[in-house]
Design a binder for this molecule. Structure first.
Ligand code: SAM
Length: 291
């Protein structure tokens, strides 16, 4: 019987057999530690009734573990050189479909409709290409897909920012954007040695449990996110200064002040101290004051 794809010897054999060379520009750092893969699958909470969307299967190391655990796996891979490799390595698994496409251009909603009609829950599980981590996560969250969870290996520093709480250095507009849609936590930190080639940064597995409804209620999501981004534009400045310099025009300082007062927020506070609820309140009151 074949060893698991993720074992260092099997990975090297697969790479040699197909004459594969890594492309740094595609964020190709393959996992070569089966224990880490088992931990990722366990953290995802995926069951034999569930479907999984994987992004960037590489040579199929994680895909194989997901195929053993889930009812169905669909994996998006951008690199055409990996498509024949995956046909080879994943041949024993009948419940896997590989789609040769850039996930950022993919219509995932349509894919879910065609591929996952008969599963209980849908999870995203991936060792993401680090050069597009944020773009992929924001697409998955903002498209409001019917997902139960997202479990991804990403740079540790980005995982920290996504899961950060108010009052910490890592807390910012990315924390808010993600936590608006999901509960976020880091489940595992991982050293570079479990990858080939080794990335130059530390990695972590982030778990996002998608909320049934967003964490806070706002009239206009785009405006809410604009207010948040403006408040973090210059972290050393007060909320009032950030709002007057990045959201409302200078002549509207009184509008910003009234909005802050209505939301019961001290204008001298800094953006990083505000909770999601306070940002929601501020975005609603500023909207009222501006109209
Ligand atoms: N899942 C494999 C593993 O854990 O060993 C490989 C993970 S590697 C970090 C990232 C993978 O994503 C590579 O296979 C790369 O070719 C693929 N990839 C990069 N950009 C992509 C994109 N925009 N859409 C789909 N796949 C992409």
């Amino acid at each position: 019987m074949n060893k698991e794809i993720a074992t260092p010897t099997r990975t090297k054999d697969v790479l040699k057999k197909h004459g594969f060379h890594f492309k740094k520009s595609l964020g190709q750092n393959f996992l070569i530690d089966p224990n880490i893969l088992h931990a990722i699958v366990a953290a995802s909470g995926c069951t034999p009734e569930d479907g999984v969307i994987e992004i960037g299967p590489g040579i199929g190391a994680l895909t194989e573990q997901l195929a053993k655990q889930a009812k169905k796996v669909v994996a998006y891979e951008i690199d055409d050189r990996l498509i024949p490799v995956l046909s080879d390595t994943l041949a024993p698994y009948q419940n896997v479909d590989v789609i040769h496409e850039d996930v950022l251009k993919a219509d995932i909603e349509a894919l879910i409709a065609t591929h996952f009609g008969d599963v209980q829950h849908i999870h995203v599980v991936a060792n993401l290409p680090y050069y597009v981590t944020t773009a992929i996560l924001m697409k998955l969250l903002q498209d409001t897909l019917p997902l139960k969870s997202i479990t991804v290996m990403i740079q540790a520093e980005v995982a920290d920012r996504i899961a950060a709480v108010p009052g910490t250095k890592a807390y910012g507009s990315l924390s808010i954007a993600a936590q608006y849609y999901a509960e976020a936590r880091t489940v595992l930190t991982v050293p570079p040695t479990v990858f080939i080639p080794q990335p130059r940064v530390g990695s972590a597995v982030l778990k996002l449990d998608i909320r049934e409804t967003p964490a806070v209620t706002v009239e206009d999501e785009n405006w809410f996110f604009r207010v948040c981004r403006a408040c973090f534009a210059n972290r050393r400045k007060t909320i009032l200064n950030n709002l007057t310099q990045n959201l409302v025009t200078k002549g509207q300082k009184d509008v910003a002040l009234r909005g802050l007062e209505m939301a019961d927020i001290d204008p001298k506070r800094r953006g990083e101290t505000l909770s999601l609820q306070e940002f929601a309140c501020l975005s609603e009151s500023l909207c009222t004051c501006l109209n």
